[in-house]
Design a protein around this ligand. Structure first.
Ligand code: NAP
Length: 467
């Protein structure tokens, strides 16, 4: 497997990196295990200070960090800068709140004074995708750094530049050696690392295919894992929704990051009374994008991340149309050398069409017409995925009631998706399990150790006693 940066705007091969050697893997595991022991007896405040420093450095190096991502995978420079700032926000948040979140939780119990302490567990392996090259790392890094779990990173094969940049930044901030070690691991080597006794957790963000393979390896070795996988997020527009408000977000929730977002609104489910107008206005918005150099501030449509990603999407759209979908707009070649895909709208997608159930990871919107609220909820739930979703309603409370009936991990009413460190991120069904960020994410690889303490045993009260 080659770790390689190929600029998706110019198609130039920028740099190729060799796979990790067995010696590098052993060194990373040894350092990580040593640091885990060391961190068990050091004050959490020093890690909070370092994490703040990491946030400061992200802001200081925003331009160069953002450009590295743009060259690796093609996102718009403006979006890349936003991602760097988001990483800094996440780092600051866990630096500020990590210690409180890790305080023991008291339990009222007949057994005695009881509480749950939250301890580190050991080295965590994170396997990350290319679509948000720093943010995906930071979601795991910041909380686990505070917990005291050293980390090994296996990044996507097409974003090695970003992996190296993140690792260097952590070093520059003065984090101890072994805090985050980037390794260019092959799939077999990922298996070897997971099997190693020094690894205590595995966090993957990626596709169902990658998730299944890595979760299986984790399961076989009885390692705890979290899986942040794909989505077919619905965007429900109820009959009383304000279409002007809807249209303020509709384009972005599908085209942001060239449509390569797990929580993109991949299925617009629109009440019949608003359907025609919605389609017309979404079409106008999609047609207004300006493809071009992602480093140019005037560009509004970035290339997709790679030729492979574009070809896969092209094939999916072709098949969807062959199997009966109507091409409302788009799907014509863009006359630029990069991996551009014209924003496309498909309608009339029936359940037997593969497009109905497969994630399309690029700028393709599916639009469905529904006759009732119950039909909208049923359609939204008729998916193997359950990551996130959006509901637009005339009334916020009513929108929230509908949102609560959609089987996902995250729903947003009358607004776009937010990802902020205090909000848990993750899904259900084939979108995976576990959560990242928030207290839930921080606790993903924590040993919740129960302590019960008494002055002396009470032999006249044996309810629940095991001895
Ligand atoms: P992917 O192919 O599963 O890759 C993700 C990571 O897993 C990469 O580092 C990849 O390495 C690695 N990987 C894949 N198969 C593996 C295997 N058999 N053994 C070991 N490692 C393996 O995912 P992708 O297609 O690049 O990323 C897009 C997907 O991620 C979409 O489905 C998207 O919805 C999902 N995603 C989910 C979230 C979330 O939070 N739920 C966030 C972002 C993206 P290589 O690059 O070397 O193949």
């Amino acid at each position: 497997m080659a770790y390689q940066t190929v600029n998706p705007y110019t198609n130039e091969i920028v740099k190729t990196y060799p796979d990790a050697t067995p010696e590098e893997i052993e060194t990373a595991l040894t350092k990580g295990a040593k640091l885990y022991q060391q961190w068990r007896s050091t004050n959490i405040q020093s890690r909070a200070d370092t994490l703040h420093h990491i946030a400061d450095l992200m802001r200081k190096h925003e331009d160069s960090l953002a450009k590295t991502m743009v060259i690796d995978m093609g996102k718009l420079l403006k979006e890349a800068k936003g991602e760097v700032e988001l990483c800094a926000i996440i780092a600051d948040y866990f630096a500020d709140h990590g210690a409180d979140m890790l305080k023991p939780t008291p339990i009222k119990s007949g057994a005695g004074d009881a509480w749950v302490e939250k301890h580190a567990t050991g080295v965590v392996l994170m396997v990350e995708p290319w679509n948000f090259p720093y943010y995906q790392i930071m979601r795991v890094f910041a909380p686990n750094f505070m917990v005291g779990n050293p980390m090994i990173l296996k990044h996507a094969a097409n974003t090695p530049g970003s992996a190296v940049a993140f690792e260097q930044l952590v070093k520059e901030a003065g984090a101890p050696d072994g805090s985050l070690t980037n390794l260019f691991l092959s799939y077999d080597q990922v298996g070897t690392v997971i099997a190693d006794s020094r690894i205590q957790g595995v966090a993957l963000t990626g596709s169902e295919r990658g998730g299944k393979a890595v979760a299986a390896a984790a399961g076989e070795n009885l390692k705890k894992s979290t899986m942040e996988l794909g989505g077919m997020d619905s965007f429900i527009v109820l009959p009383d929704a304000d279409l002007d408000q809807v249209m303020k977000v509709a384009r972005q929730v599908r085209l942001y990051n060239a449509g390569q977002v797990c929580t993109s609104s991949k299925r617009f489910i629109v009440a019949a009374n608003l359907y025609d107008e919605f389609l017309k206005r979404l079409g106008e918005q999609f047609a207004s994008v300006k493809p071009g150099d992602p480093l140019d501030a005037a560009t509004t449509l970035a290339p997709m991340s790679s030729a492979k990603a574009k070809n896969k999407l092209q094939q999916q759209v072709k098949e969807a149309i062959e199997k009966g979908a109507t091409l409302y707009q788009g799907n014509t070649p863009i006359n630029l050398p990069g991996q551009f895909f014209e924003p496309t709208i498909l309608t009339d997608i029936k359940p037997e069409n593969p497009a109905y159930s497969e994630e399309m990871f690029g700028p393709v919107a599916q639009v469905y017409k529904v006759e009732s609220e119950q039909d909208a909820i049923a359609l939204a739930n008729d998916s193997q995925f359950g990551l996130g979703g959006i509901v637009f309603a005339g009334d916020k409370q009513h929108g929230a009631q509908v949102a609560g009936q959609v089987e996902t991990g995250m729903e947003f009413v009358n607004t776009f998706m937010y990802t902020l460190p205090e909000l848990p991120f993750g899904g259900v069904k084939k979108s995976g399990y576990g959560r990242e960020m928030s207290t839930l994410g921080l606790e993903a690889f924590v040993n919740e150790e129960l302590i019960v303490a008494k002055d002396a045993p009470e032999l006249d009260n044996l309810a629940g006693a095991l001895f």
